[in-house]
Design a protein around this ligand. Structure first.
Ligand code: ADP
Length: 172
C-alpha cells in the first residue's frame, strides 16, 4: 500500500481510527483546546488513566485507551510553549512527533492522526510548526514498515491550507 500524509479539516475527536494524538500539557489531566475536547469526548475514565500515569515531560509521549472516543487509543504528547525560538522549541516539537510515531509503530497502528501541536494556546507559529510536523512525519513514514497513513487533523482552514501546501511540495 502507498504510504500517505493527508490533511483532515475538522474535529480530531470524531476520527474512527486506531489512534489519535493529544496535544496535552505536562500534568496530562486535561486542559483547553484539543486536550479539553479529547477528554470531553473520551469521558472520565481517560482522566483516571492519566492520573495513574502521573504526568509527562515536554517532548515525550504516553499511550492510553480512547474510552468513549471512536479512536481506540490516544497518544498524549506535550508540546513546547513558544518562547521566541531559542529555547529548544524546534527540537522538542520534533521529539513530540517522533516519540508519538515510535509508540504507534510499537503497537502496530497503521493510521495515526495528529493535531497541530503547540500552535494554539502554546503559541508556536503555525507555519514553522507545520514544517517540522510534515518533515518528521515524512521521514518517519518513508522508513516505516507499519505506518501507512499520517493524518494532520486541522481545526481551521488556514492551518489546513498550510499543511496541504507543504505536503503538496514534499510529494512532488
Ligand atoms: P497547544 O496547547 O499545544 O497549543 P491547542 O489545543 O491550544 O494546543 O491548539 C493546538 C491546535 O489544535 C490548534 O490549531 C487548535 O485550533 C486545534 N484544535 C483545537 N481543538 C481541536 C479539535 N477538537 N480537533 C482538532 N484540532 C483542534
Amino acid at each position: 500500500m502507498r504510504k500517505r500524509l493527508t490533511v483532515y479539516e475538522g474535529d480530531i475527536t470524531e476520527l474512527p481510527i486506531d489512534v489519535i494524538v493529544n496535544a496535552a500539557n505536562s500534568t496530562l489531566l486535561g486542559g483547553a483546546g484539543v486536550d479539553g475536547a479529547i477528554h470531553e469526548a473520551a469521558g472520565p475514565k481517560l482522566r483516571e488513566e492519566c492520573e495513574q500515569i502521573g504526568g509527562c515531560p515536554t517532548g515525550e509521549a504516553r499511550l492510553t485507551k480512547g474510552y468513549a472516543l471512536p479512536a481506540r487509543w490516544v497518544i498524549h504528547t506535550v508540546g513546547p510553549i513558544w518562547q521566541g525560538g531559542s529555547f529548544n522549541e524546534a527540537s522538542l516539537l520534533e521529539d513530540c512527533y517522533r516519540n508519538s510515531l515510535n509508540i504507534a509503530e510499537e503497537h502496530h497502528f497503521n493510521k495515526i492522526a495528529f493535531p497541530s501541536i503547540s500552535t494554539g494556546s502554546y503559541g508556536y507559529p503555525v507555519e514553522m510548526a507545520a514544517v517540522i510536523a510534515v518533515n518528521v512525519c515524512k521521514f518517519f513514514i518513508d522508513s516505516s514498515e507499519i505506518i501507512e497513513e499520517i493524518i494532520f487533523a486541522c481545526f481551521d482552514r488556514l492551518t489546513a491550507s498550510i499543511y496541504e501546501e507543504l505536503i503538496d511540495k514534499i510529494e512532488k
